[in-house]
Unconditional design. Sequence first.
Length: 271
Amino acid sequence: MGKFWSVFFMLTAVIAVAVSWLSAGWGWWFPGDGYAHSTIGKRIDALFYMIMAIVTLTFIVTQAVLGYVLWRGATIKPEDKVLFSHGSHGLEVIWTIVPSAVLLFIALIQMDVWAQFRIKGSIKDQHGNLVKPEPIAELTARQFEWRIRYPANGKPLNPKPQPDDIYSVNELHVPSGRPVEVTLRTDDVQHAFFVPELRIKQDAVASLKIPVWFDALENRDYEMLCAELCGWGHYKMKAKLVAQPDIEFEAWKERTSVEQFEDGFRKPADQ
Ligand SMILES: [Cu+2]
C-alpha cells in the first residue's frame, strides 16, 4: 500500500507540471490572447515566466525528494537503520541561504520594471528609448461609470475643466503605439482602473490625482474594468479602451466635440 501512495503522489506532481506546461500553450495563463499588448506588460509577463520557472524547478526538486522519501519508507526493511536529520545545522543553513538568495535575485531583477511602472523618469517606449508620456485625458471613476475628459485638439490637458473640453463616458480613446498618460481620480469611493491585456491596474483613491501611463501597441478595443468591489453596480463599470492611430484619435475628438457643442440651430452648411 505504501508503494501505491508514493507513486500516486509522484503522479499528481507530474500531472500538475504537465497541465501547467500545456495550458500556457493554450493561452490560459493570461487574459486576452495570452500575451501582453503594452511594453510594460511584456516586461511583466517576462518576470512572471521567470518566477514561474523558478517555482516550477523548486516544485520538481522538492516533489522528487518527497517521492524518494515515500518510496524509501514504503520499501524499508525491518533490519534497515533509520537516519535522523532533525536539528541538522548544515541543512538549516542551506534552506535558509538558498531561498534568501533567490528572493534577493528576484527583488533586484524586478527593480527596472517597477521603476518603469511607477517612476516617470524611467518610462521607456517599445524601442527602449526613454520617453515622457503625453497627458491625454482625465479619467474619473464614480459609482458606477467612467467619465473621461480630454482637452480640445491642439491643446494640452488642463488640470481644471475648460469650456472646450471634450467628454466621453465608459469609452477611453487613446492614440496607439506610444506612451500616454491619464490622470486617475474618483468622485466617491475607491475604484480601480484595470486593463487586463495591457497589464495595467491602478487604484483610484479619493482626493488623489494619480497619473497612470501605458502604451497600447495594437489598434483595437480593449476591455477596461473596475477591479475594486465599489458597490452594488460595480459590474456596470465594464468599459472600453479604444486604441487607434493618432489621426483617427484626433478625428474622433473632433467629431465628438462637434456633437457635444451642437446647439440644434446650426444649418448643415455651417458645419
Ligand atoms: Cu468601481
